[in-house]
Design a protein around this ligand. Structure first.
Ligand SMILES: [Zn+2]
Length: 464
């Protein structure tokens, strides 16, 4: 007989298995083809399990030990997973993964972006036929992306939602995040648009300065010293950093739990600019400290909303932005100033860009069955204008949808996390006076880092 404990054990097993596969893949222990095959196999099992009679019966009849919060969280998790583990969807997701991995378009043996390709086609030179061949391949991708979105919407409907976007909000406990909140956010985020050119200029100058002044090798040591000062302990047995050697499988960073809170893995990619590396070290260790602090036994309570996970990492990458932590980390006032210049775009420019991408995805998924490439292009064009041409590549919608289609709407989490973390930090400073003190971090550990999802989030923090 299935019961709640067994159900949670199974879910946690699948969850960590998927993480482990990704870790293996990122270490180069399995190749892309094998990795994707195993992801499909795993998801087939998950899909079958989540659609089995015993699971449906468990939710219909109730069960001892099935308190309301647990039931609610399991329902949010399972409905979402039932869609994302659907083999039809996994196959398309895998297909896109492969295409991204193998770079999107090649022309004369060179990697070429969609926008560059469009430029070339518009020139109408003698290589026209060659361009068109690549272009036809691109159309294949458009069809694939549209098909994936349609499938997701169809499956979300089966789960009782208007579309996949609404299912996503439900999964994250954000179903009260309404249209008016989105509009408010937009107003708030885009009003600073006129300052952007200035910010951008400072950004480029500061990045160059940091590149020459600091060294990647010191980033971790500096972070650890600061953590010691605020009495945040890193258990090196729990947090393991992967050494990917000279040839990393890919160029992104991540932190993934193999088991919360006992086993967390960090993957840091070194081939980045000095500032980006610093940021990644502080951000990913922030995630790791958070995952290894969560205190509770129930699997489903350990699975916090993604915006919350991001905001916990932000608590630590803000060390590179706040005055009192910068004073501790660096002596030179020019280094400090440059660090601040670099963090402002992280907060303003990057957030505006994330928001634009989120609005775009939202509009596309909300089209439901009426989706087609012309409509998508119109959205992209409109949003690009709203954003005062911050991002001019409105025509390359396929490319950008492909990149986000593995985890749709994830950009929303960064936006909400920024809002949440601003609130946490000002609360701590109000209470204690300074951010980088033992007392502040005692408070943060007690109230934020160890919290589970057992209790609801009390307020609608995104309201402005
Ligand atoms: Zn993160």
């Amino acid at each position: 007989m299935m019961n709640i404990r067994k159900l949670q054990n199974k879910l946690s097993n699948y969850y960590y298995k998927e993480n482990n596969l990704f870790i293996k893949y990122s270490l180069g222990n399995i190749k892309t083809k094998k990795y994707l095959r195993r992801i499909l196999e795993l998801n087939k099992t998950v899909y079958k399990f989540l659609n089995s009679k015993e699971i449906l019966a468990l939710f219909n009849t109730g069960n001892e030990g099935f308190d309301n919060r647990k039931k609610e969280l399991l329902d949010r998790y399972i409905r979402y997973k039932r869609v994302e583990s659907n083999p039809e969807i996994v196959i398309k997701r895998n297909e896109i993964f492969k295409k991204i991995k193998n770079t999107l378009y090649t022309l004369d043996g060179e990697t070429i972006s969609e926008s560059k390709l469009r430029e070339k086609i518009n020139k109408k030179d003698e290589k026209q036929e060659k361009y068109n061949k690549v272009w036809e391949k691109l159309k294949e991708n458009q069809r694939l992306v549209i098909k994936l979105i349609k499938d997701r919407n169809k499956c979300a409907k089966k789960e009782g939602f208007k579309n996949y976007y609404n299912l996503y909000l439900y999964r994250q406990g954000l179903e009260n995040f309404k249209k008016c909140d989105v509009q408010n956010f937009k107003r708030k985020i885009f009003y600073k648009v006129n300052e952007r050119n200035k910010i951008k200029k400072n950004y480029i100058k500061s990045k160059e300065y940091i590149e020459n002044k600091l060294e990647k090798d010191n980033a971790k040591e500096k972070l650890f010293k600061l953590l010691e000062k605020v009495n945040v302990k890193i258990n090196k047995k729990k947090i393991i950093e992967i050494d990917h050697g000279e040839n990393p499988s890919f160029s992104w960073n991540f932190c993934l739990p193999k088991n919360i809170p006992n086993d967390v893995v960090i993957y840091l990619h070194k081939n980045k600019s000095v500032y980006d590396y610093y940021y990644s070290v502080f951000h990913e260790y922030g995630h790791a400290i958070h995952y290894s602090s969560i205190k509770c036994k129930n699997f489903i309570y350990k699975i916090l909303p993604d915006f919350y996970n991001e905001s916990m990492a932000f608590l630590f990458d803000r060390f590179l932005y706040l005055n009192d932590t910068l004073d501790f980390l660096f002596e030179s006032s020019k280094v400090k100033e440059s660090m601040k210049n670099l963090s402002i775009p992280d907060n303003e420019l990057a957030i505006a860009n994330n928001f634009n991408q989120f609005l775009f995805e939202k509009s596309v998924y909300e089209l439901g069955n009426k989706i087609d490439s012309n409509k998508i292009q119109k959205f992209k064009k409109k949003l690009s204008k709203d954003n005062l041409n911050y991002e001019k590549k409105y025509y390359s919608w396929c490319n950008s949808l492909m990149h986000t289609s593995l985890y749709p709407f994830h950009n929303l989490n960064y936006i909400l996390a920024k809002k949440y973390v601003d609130r946490v930090i000002s609360k701590v400073i109000d209470k204690i006076g300074k951010y980088s003190t033992k007392r502040s971090f005692n408070y943060i550990i007690k109230n934020y880092l160890t919290r589970s999802n057992k209790n609801k989030f009390k307020y609608r923090f995104w309201e402005i």
